[in-house]
Design a protein around this ligand. Structure first.
Ligand code: BYC
Length: 330
C-alpha cells in the first residue's frame, strides 16, 4: 500500500493500520485508483491540500499572463501577435477551470483572490522574472511551458476528479504553447548573430528559474510525501526536475545553444544528466516576495481587482433584480 511505503520515508504519513475506519476506506479508494468526487467524504487535510495546490496553480496561470502580455503589442509580426494573444487567452481559461475546480472544495473565488492579494497564497516563482526581449517569449514557451507539461501530465491522474479532468484540457493546450515557444527559438537561432545571441541570453536567464518551478529539493519539500500518499502528486519534485533536464538538454543542442551550467554532463550509469545545484537561496528570496518583479505583479493584480469593482457590483445588482422578478412571478 502506498501510504505504508511513504511512511517509511519518515514524513509523518499514517499507515492504513493507524487510520480510523472512514479514513482507511478513503485511502483504500485512492490506492485502488478510484477518483474522489466533490460531495464525497474526504479528510480535512486532503481538502486543504487540494485547495492550496489548485488555487495556487490557478493564481499562477492568471499572474503568468503578465510577463507575456508585456509583448503582445510588440510582437514582431501579425502572425506572432495572433499566436501570442491566443496563448495568453488560454492561460486565462486555465485559471478559470482551476478556480472552478477549487470551488468544488468549498472555497469561493473571492476568498481565493483575497488570499492571493494579501500574499497568503503563492503563485509560481517563475512569473517574478522580467521579459526583456522577444526571445524571452520563446524561452517561456519552450522552457516554462515545457516544465509545466512535465509537472502537469502526471496531474491528469490526480485522485481528485475535477482537478484531474481540468488538467486533461490544460495539458493539450500547454503542448501548443511549448511548440510555439520552440518555434520562436528556432527562428531566432537561424537568424542574424544578434538574434542568436538574444536566444542564448534568454536561455541563460530562464534556465535556473525554470528548474525552480518544480519546487524545493525532495529533502526540503514539505508536502510531497503526504500528497503522493493521497494520489495528488504522482512524482517527487526532484524526479520531475530530472526528467525536464533530460528532455530539454537535447533540444538546446538541436538549437545550437549552450545550457548555462558548467556541471552539466551525461551520466551513462543513471541514463540521465547530472546538473549543478539549483540556487535555492534565490528561490526562497523570490518566494518571500523579493524577486525582480514580485511587487509589479502584485500591483497589477491589485489594480485589476480594483478596476473590476464596478463590473462585479453591476453583476450582483443584475442577479438580485432577476431573483426579485423570479420571486414576484411565483
Ligand atoms: N513557486 O512542499 P512543496 C504555468 C511552495 S503555471 C512558488 O514541494 P508542493 C504557466 C509550495 O507551494 C505553473 N512556490 O509543495 C502559466 C509550498 O508552499 P505552501 C504552475 C512554490 O505543493 C502561464 C512550499 O514551496 N504550476 O505553467 O507539494 C504561462 C514547499 O513546497 C514553488 C502548478 O502550480 C514554486 N515554483 O509542490 C505559462 C502545478 N514550488 O503552499 C505557464 C501544480 C514550491 O505550503 N502544483 N512552492 O505555502 C504543484 O505541482 C505543486 O504545488 C508544486 C509544489 C510542485 C509546485
Amino acid at each position: 500500500m502506498y501510504a505504508q511505503e511513504v511512511k517509511s520515508t519518515g514524513k509523518g504519513v499514517k499507515s492504513l493500520e493507524e487510520m480510523e475506519p472512514q479514513e482507511r476506506a478513503f485511502q483504500e479508494k485512492i490506492d485502488a485508483d478510484i477518483k474522489i468526487e466533490p460531495k464525497e467524504w474526504m479528510p480535512e487535510g486532503y481538502r486543504k491540500t487540494l485547495i492550496r495546490q489548485i488555487s495556487q496553480h490557478a493564481h499562477s496561470e492568471i499572474v503568468g499572463q503578465l510577463p507575456e502580455g508585456n509583448w503582445i503589442t510588440r510582437a514582431p509580426t501579425l502572425e506572432r501577435k495572433a499566436i501570442l494573444l491566443a496563448k495568453v487567452q488560454d492561460e486565462a481559461g486555465h485559471g478559470l477551470y482551476l478556480y472552478c475546480a477549487a470551488e468544488t472544495l468549498g472555497i469561493s473565488r473571492d476568498q481565493m483572490t483575497e488570499q492571493l492579494l494579501s500574499g497568503k497564497a503563492k503563485y509560481s516563482s517563475i512569473f517574478n522574472y522580467p521579459t526583456l526581449t522577444w526571445a524571452d517569449i520563446g524561452a517561456i514557451g519552450w522552457l516554462v511551458d515545457g516544465a509545466a507539461i512535465m509537472n502537469q501530465v502526471p496531474l491528469q491522474r490526480c485522485s481528485y476528479g475535477p482537478y484531474s479532468r481540468a488538467m486533461v484540457r490544460i495539458c493539450k493546450e500547454e503542448s501548443f504553447h511549448q511548440r510555439q515557444g520552440y518555434d520562436i527559438m528556432m527562428k531566432l537561432v537561424k537568424g542574424t548573430t544578434e538574434q542568436k545571441e538574444m536566444a542564448q541570453d534568454a536561455l541563460n536567464r530562464w534556465w535556473q528559474p525554470s528548474l525552480m518551478m518544480f519546487g524545493p529539493s525532495d529533502k526540503d519539500s514539505v508536502h510531497s510525501a503526504q500528497s503522493m500518499a493521497w494520489g495528488i502528486k504522482q512524482n517527487t519534485n526532484d524526479e520531475l526536475r530530472q526528467k525536464f533536464v533530460d528532455q530539454t538538454v537535447p533540444q538546446a543542442e538541436y538549437l545550437g545553444l549552450t545550457v548555462p551550467d558548467p556541471d552539466l554532463r551525461w551520466n551513462e550509469e543513471k541514463g540521465g544528466y547530472d546538473f549543478g545545484e539549483v540556487d535555492w537561496s534565490e528561490f526562497y528570496e523570490v518566494l518571500k516576495g523579493n524577486g525582480p518583479c514580485n511587487a509589479e505583479r502584485m500591483a497589477a493584480r491589485q489594480k485589476a481587482w480594483n478596476d473590476g469593482a464596478w463590473f462585479r457590483e453591476g453583476l450582483m445588482a443584475h442577479a438580485k433584480k432577476r431573483e426579485a422578478r423570479k420571486v414576484a412571478a411565483e
